[in-house]
Design a binder for this molecule. Sequence first.
Ligand code: MN
Length: 274
Amino acid sequence: MKILVCNDDGIYSPGIVALAEVASEFGTVRIVAPNVEQSAMGHAITASRPLSYRETPLNGFTAYRVNGTPADCVALGTHQWDTVDLVVSGCNLGLNIGNSIWHSGTLAAAKQAALLGLRGIAFSAPSGIDDFTALKPWIRRVLDVLVPAHELQLVNVNLPKDPRGIIWTRVSVRHYDGVIVPTNDPLGRELFWFSVKPLEGADEGTDRWAIEQRWVSVTPLRLDLTDEAMLDQSREQRPMDENLAAAVSPPKSSPEAAKEVELSEAAVLPPRVS
Ligand code: MN
């Protein structure tokens, strides 16, 4: 089995070596990771400049550093290595629970794998950990369960400092914990920190609750963000032109119609007329 290892803390983070070491017990490992930290870059991709892919020595692993985002690394890494079976991301220095799943570059690498039809697993640990010795058996136990579970395409794993077990969880997104903190530069001009306010009282069964209770949190995620319940309710209570669309539009569009939309999505400038 070929396992691509990525992260968002940068290729020289201790967390990526720890994850690669455990992953190498399950298959052949290759590391492809950002050359500098890309935390909180989310699922950004680099579409306006080319990317470099440079081999770099890293604890005996085959490793490449990329001047791009975590999602770039997975796209490029799977392009450069045929038939990757699994992408693991991390182990991040900093938890990715609750709202963090929207900002996390660690999770974005796993998401990119899922978008490419591969499987992705993201691992995050508390910030400040530099020795992963105590957490590695827990990463191993999670992979023991997840590697054979082919039905799970995208999974977010968070490890507390001193775990007492592993549980399945759901995402805690009841409150948003982003907070803006004003400050000043040396000349007295106003600046702002975007920071995080700790929340208390997370719901039982959520990722945040699991970490508060010192359980390793394993959350299966999906790419389709559609709110199915609200979609059904909206179609029923606020109908628009669904009936007309069903009457005049075929279930599958023509190749021409599909192509035109594809071109409209591309971030490419129209040809210049001289
Ligand atoms: Mn990070």
